[in-house]
Design a protein around this ligand. Structure first.
Ligand code: IFM
Length: 717
């Protein structure tokens, strides 16, 4: 249950498969395009932090120069799946080791049969090392020619980010290429070393921006020709002379077997921390491993200046920008299974605190208002306008960058969870508390006092349900803002006791006078929460007065309700994109009893666009259904989330992995079915398993100790 397999190459699902077969190592990812290249492919390698300017979306991860390119000519005939006959084909991604393998038995147009095997991995042991091996076995005596290159002529769907800087043949089997991003000036160096050529002298073709090695082999019938291509990669974000680092990576590794072994050992350590096993459900088993794999290859291990984009590093979607998807959906996975990675992600938020302060200031507020979409600097990079669904010639204003103010509290929530699970007091005192205080300050300044009612409100916002914009008093936003302010005050009390000197410094630096803090408490206590006496929350002011909608009336459908109603009209219906009130109740689950969740669950569940709304929704819906004891329903939503990319449920997996869904899938297992609860005094589980599961096992760290949980149905009776 570790192998993702493809049995035929189908150009129709090409982009989907490119995403599925992405490999990576937390420094970069490379989509699963094929070495020889095909028309229409979305060939891409994205390196963390390598952003460059672009119109409309401000900045995007620049598609790096291509390291894969490898052409095979057999007796002068160019190997391609589009010519001759494919007699056998199989591609496999080994999730346990990150090794991607392709076997092809190919009959050339002139009838010569050969077997080709391609293997590649991005080393988890040395993040600057990529490895590709090609083996060709002809069933005749003949000539095998291999041309392999670095290609600097890459683009982002037509937009070019790179200028050629330099290329050179370093020695007989080594060459390098350097490019630089046009606006941000980041240099990226790639270096190739060829192994397996023994005493042969490969030709060097000095094509500008495509330096190429060429080697011709004479092979007997059934004899295997092997060429190994080690590629080193580094940027000026890593070293002043990136080509030196790239060359070092390829010279350090002695051969394929050793490099692969080191990579496998590194992967073994990863899985040791986060392995989830499900007995009795093969699909769920492979899906959770796949989702975890995708998060692991996107997770920065040695860099705290970057975050994980909503589509990881696996596609062009959302341009590498990070959203609330990180703290609410992905971060819990790392907080519990790889706290060092969680800390890197949170350090990024600390590093971008100045930009969040600046955003608050520009909007006329105090404190820190984080960017809805964030990239290299933390400035807001949400596009302001996008083409309309119905009429691509019209533009629609995107408001999330201005109005989705819950992002600041989402980050504060991520910090709080990290601290609860890890007990990392030092990080909280040095960095986390400052973010929490600054986001609290933002919410105090953003709150509007309604003198006649003596309440504080948040008007003109967008909550998690983005089908409704410009709403007032979104319950999720109001409650999390209140939670943020009160929790920041609570942590400040803790800091005062534990780190008095730090407290003095921080209160001076942030000008936190006793009067100001007293006012924070007053504001927080008077924030409006639209809660009805029976515990039902109104999602925002006036939600219950909107036109009700029976989503079943629109079935069968293949579009979201947003597309069906239109962006503007969707505001007038009670159809929601993803759990909003329920999302709040999930996050603050310790605060609500079953009855209080049930009344909201019953109201909002039928009004949620589960299948075509946000991919973020199903996993959260699943956890809440588990909390309600509706395990079958929880399973339906869980499997929808788990399959999001493997089965391309929304038809857009080609744009990249749905990272939030991947993280949410883990949460649905651990917090939903596993019922894990973590507090400052320990942890407990309250499990409920789908009927057909024979066991669920997972691991997590609590306060630095690895915990292993095994749940079997017989233990629950
Ligand atoms: O952050 C999400 C948002 O909530 C729904 N649309 C997609 C974004 C990125 O995943």
């Amino acid at each position: 249950m570790w192998i993702i397999t493809e049995k035929t190459f189908d150009p129709i699902s090409q982009h989907h498969k490119e995403t599925i077969f992405t490999i990576g190592n937390g420094y970069l990812s490379t989509r699963g395009t094929l070495e020889e290249g095909y028309p229409g492919e979305h060939r891409a390698t994205f390196v963390h932090g390598v952003f460059d300017d672009v119109p409309v979306v401000f900045t995007e991860l620049a598609n790096a120069p291509d390291w894969l390119l490898l052409t095979v000519l057999i007796n002068g005939e160019r190997f391609s799946l589009k010519s001759g006959k494919v007699l056998d084909y199989q591609r496999e991604l080994n999730l346990r080791t990150g090794l991607l393998t392709r076997h092809v038995c190919w009959q050339s147009p002139s009838g010569h049969i050969s077997t080709l095997k391609f293997e590649r991995f991005a080393s988890l042991h040395n993040q600057h090392l990529l490895a590709l091996r090609c083996q060709v076995t002809p069933e005749f005596n003949g000539e095998v020619e291999i041309r392999t290159a670095l290609n600097g002529n890459t683009d982002n769907e037509g937009f070019t980010h790179w200028d050629w800087v330099e290329q050179n043949r370093e020695n007989q089997d080594t060459l390098y290429l350097i490019n630089r991003t046009r606006k941000t000036g980041i240099k990226l160096a790639l270096a190739i070393r060829l192994l397996g050529i023994d005493s042969l002298q490969p030709d060097y073709w000095d094509v500008e921006n495509v330096p190429t090695f060429r080697q011709v082999f004479q092979a007997g019938c059934g004899e295997t020709v092997t060429i190994t291509k080690f590629v080193g990669i580094a940027t000026s974000r890593d070293a002043e002379v990136p080509q030196a680092l790239a060359i070092e990576a390829i010279t350090k590794s002695q051969n394929w077997d050793i490099a692969l072994k080191e990579n496998e050992q590194a992967w073994e350590q990863e899985w040791e921390r986060c392995e989830v096993s499900i007995e009795g459900d093969d699909e769920a088993q492979i899906a959770i491993r796949f989702n975890l794999f995708q998060l692991l290859i996107a997770a920065p291990r040695h860099d705290y200046r970057v975050n994980i984009g909503a589509k990881t590093l696996s596609g062009f979607g959302y341009r590498g920008h990070a959203f609330w998807d990180t703290e609410i959906f992905m971060l819990p996975v790392f907080t519990y299974t790889a706290p060092h990675i969680a800390r890197n992600l949170l350090d990024y938020r600390y590093l971008t605190l100045p930009a969040a302060r600046q955003k608050a200031h520009q909007a006329g507020y105090e404190g820190a208002f984080y960017a809805w979409e964030s990239a290299a600097t933390g400035e807001e990079v949400t596009p302001t306008w996008v083409p309309d669904f119905h009429d691509r010639k019209k533009l629609t204003r995107v408001w999330t960058g201005d109005l989705a103010i819950h992002i600041s509290a989402d980050i504060a929530y991520g910090i709080w969870q990290y601290w609860l699970a890890t007990g990392d007091d030092n990080w909280l005192a040095e960095r986390g508390i400052e973010i929490m205080l600054e986001t609290a300050k933002f919410y105090v300044s953003r709150a509007e006092w309604q003198a006649d009612k003596d309440i504080y409100t948040y008007c003109d916002v967008i909550g998690p349900d983005e089908y409704h914009d410009h709403v007032n008093n979104n319950t999720y936003t109001n409650r999390l803002a209140q939670w943020n302010i009160l929790t920041a005050l609570q942590i400040l009390d803790w800091l005062r006791e534990k780190y008095p000197q730090k407290t003095t410094k921080l209160t001076q630096q942030l000008n936190l006078t006793p009067e100001l803090l007293a006012n924070w408490r007053k504001v927080a206590e008077k924030i409006l929460l639209n809660k009805h006496p029976n515990g039902l929350f109104e999602q925002f002011d006036g939600f219950f007065a909107l036109k009700d909608v029976n989503l079943a009336d629109y079935e069968p459908r293949s579009k979201s309700m947003h597309e069906i109603f239109g962006i503007e009209a969707a505001n007038h219906y009670q159809a929601i994109k993803q759990p909003d009130v329920l999302m709040l109740q999930y996050l603050l689950r310790e605060e609500y009893n079953d009855q209080e969740i049930r009344v909201n669950y019953d109201y909002y569940t039928p009004r949620t666009d589960h299948s075509y709304g946000s991919s973020l929704g199903p996993s959260i819906q699943s956890v809440v259904a588990s909390m309600m004891g509706e395990v079958d329903v929880a399973y339906e939503h869980f499997i929808l989330a788990a399959r999001a990319d493997l089965r391309d449920i929304r038809g857009n997996a080609g744009d990249g992995i749905h990272a939030a869904s991947a993280g949410g899938t883990w949460q649905a297992l651990v917090f939903g079915f596993g019922g894990l609860k973590v507090g400052s005094h320990g942890w407990s589980t309250h499990a409920r398993l789908p009927q057909h599961w024979k066991s669920l096992s997972f691991r997590f760290f609590y306060r630095g100790q690895l915990q292993k949980v095994v749940i079997k149905p017989e233990d629950l009776r």
